[in-house]
Design a protein around this ligand. Sequence first.
Ligand code: F6R
Length: 242
Amino acid sequence: MQVLIAPSAAAVGRFAAGRIADVVRRRPDAVLGLATGSSPLDIYADLARQVAAGELDLSAVRAFALDEYIGLPPGHPQSYHEVIDREVVRPTGMDPAKVRVPNGFAEDLEAACEEFERELAEVGPVDVQILGVGTNGHIGFNEPMSSFASRTRVKRLTPATRQANARFFDSIDQVPELCLTQGIGTVMEAEELLLVAQGAAKAEAVARMVEGPVSSSCPASVLQFHPSATVIVDGPAASRLE
Ligand code: F6R
């Protein structure tokens, strides 16, 4: 695992976007793995800047999102389908037909998970998977004690994760209790993992991920086993590293 400490939160996004842009310049139809939440927003903003400047073309890229809430109506502004469209696809000129988000609106959620895994297997492997980390060490919505062998499935969000994500809703009661998420086994099949974290609130999770024992009590610690994992953090997020 490579750990890069960037001089600022914005620089975390620029460094990570630079790595992704390099991959896409080498392979214009690269397969990207997309995370939602606040951590990757600077990455998407920097990719959009490069596209607007004519330095990068993401129109042939294929992409798979990590997760989706269950129980929000289609079109809800906080559904990850909408968030990915608003924050990633439209600003960066990706082709919406080439972007998949797990279908949290499906009547048969198990079938939706199988379908997502099938498409990923056909199109993948993912060249670069973008990740954030929860304060409890989750990646995707693989909460502590998730199996390292897990595949895309329904999961229950912990109260801590619902509380953390309540900032995107009017109240915590509106944060769904269930989600679909790629499994840890699914995520680990990507060729390269790029995890970004900013701010002191992530310092403990970053230390457990990078220096702690590899344990499902901190799902992100599994990155220590990946042959090509890079963690890019700012100073406050790195502050608990030895
Ligand atoms: C979301 C996801 C989550 C977030 C994590 C951190 O797609 O995969 O694992 O990356 O909850 O969220 P933020 O970045 O909002 O602190």
